[in-house]
Design a protein around this ligand. Structure first.
Ligand SMILES: Cc1ncc(COP(=O)(O)O)c(C=O)c1O
Length: 326
């Protein structure tokens, strides 16, 4: 018999899928690493499990403990799967910009969800950064995950996602393009790929309203760059320790409207029903087309599933309200 012993054993080994239509204007071979094939429907299952197992191993997470995290949903889902199988409680703290669907999904897998306002500074006591820290301090036997600064986040991608991409492309990958939030995916994958072949170029996809691109180019953390934006999962108003700027060749910014439109195009033209940041990654990669030659192999990582955005990106009324559809 061939079976997994529990849901956690089905994490990883996601497919690499050639894009054929949306990439018409690009000479190179473009391959999508489609991470919604993970059991929690996102790449974050990988790092969630790794963070839990590392915390168990060094005693930060004890039997019967409560896991507390500030998460926009995907990390929460991965943590929820780990919590169920391993017998922990989970409290997820998030913000009101996220799709309500994401919260319903988290509650479905047993998490308690606390929702905070988005439009307050990170150091405001009402922000989801501050609230998650406070709840972790006040809850007995709690462990605060802190995916932004927890090194196990990037290590998961160094150990799994990077090697999978290298093996699936038979070492022929020349460029890696991926959205950046906590930085775990880009830093872990980039470290592995550049160790294998330092010539591989790695681009981070950023949003307008986030500090990454300017910080990478100038070393200046410019608060004037920060304003509310719509795209979910990428861009930050802080500098997470998991973003290793030395492992990133450049950042490219994509507008909220383009991210939304290209997310829909990906579903219609490729049959890949993916999340909001995936449209940003695709559009960012298209903006970079001048860098790719006919022999290049470009891998773009798609973080999550479209199912969490049915009331937003995939809803015409919402798209019109935001001015993204005529
Ligand atoms: C939908 C989505 N896209 C992109 C990202 C960014 O990934 P990372 O945090 O590894 O930089 C995240 C992470 O929160 C996400 O949930």
């Amino acid at each position: 018999m061939k079976y997994a012993n529990n849901i956690l054993e089905t994490i990883g080994n996601t497919p690499l899928i050639k894009l054929n239509s949306i990439t018409k204007e690009i000479d190179a071979t473009v391959l999508a690493k489609v991470e919604y094939f993970n059991p929690g429907n996102s790449v974050k299952d990988r790092m969630a499990l790794k963070m839990v197992e590392d915390a168990e191993a060094d005693g930060r997470l004890k039997p019967g403990g409560t896991i507390v995290e500030g998460t926009s949903g995907n990390t929460g889902m991965g943590l929820a799967l780990a919590a169920i199988v391993k017998g922990y409680k989970l409290i997820c703290v998030s913000n009101d910009k996220q799709s309500p669907t994401k919260f319903d999904v988290l509650r479905a897998v047993g998490a308690e969800v606390v929702v905070c306002p988005t439009d307050v500074p990170a150091d405001d006591p009402r922000s989801y950064y501050s609230t998650s820290k406070r709840i972790a301090e006040e809850t007995p036997n709690a462990w605060y995950v802190n995916q932004y600064d927890n090194p196990s986040n990037a290590v998961a991608h160094y150990e799994q996602t990077g090697p999978e991409i290298w093996e699936q492309t038979d070492g022929k990958i020349t460029h890696f393009v991926v959205g950046v939030g906590t930085g775990g995916t880009i830093s872990g994958v980039s470290k592995y790929l550049k160790e294998k072949n330092p010539a591989i170029k790695v681009w981070g996809i950023d949003t307008y309203g986030s500090v990454f691109k300017k910080y990478h180019e100038t070393g200046v953390f410019d608060e004037k760059e920060i304003y509310p934006y719509v795209t979910e999962g990428i861009g930050e108003d802080i500098l997470p320790e998991n973003v290793d700027f030395d492992l990133i060749d450049a950042f490219e910014k994509v507008t909220d409207k383009d991210a939304a439109i290209y997310t829909r195009m990906l579903a219609r033209e490729e049959g890949i029903f993916a999340g909001n940041s995936c449209g940003a990654a695709i559009k960012g990669m298209l903006q970079l087309k001048a860098h790719f030659g006919p022999d290049d192999v470009v891998v773009v990582l798609l973080h999550d599933s479209g199912s969490r955005y049915v009331t937003k990106i995939y809803n015409d009324d919402w798209m019109r309200e935001k001015g993204f559809l005529e």
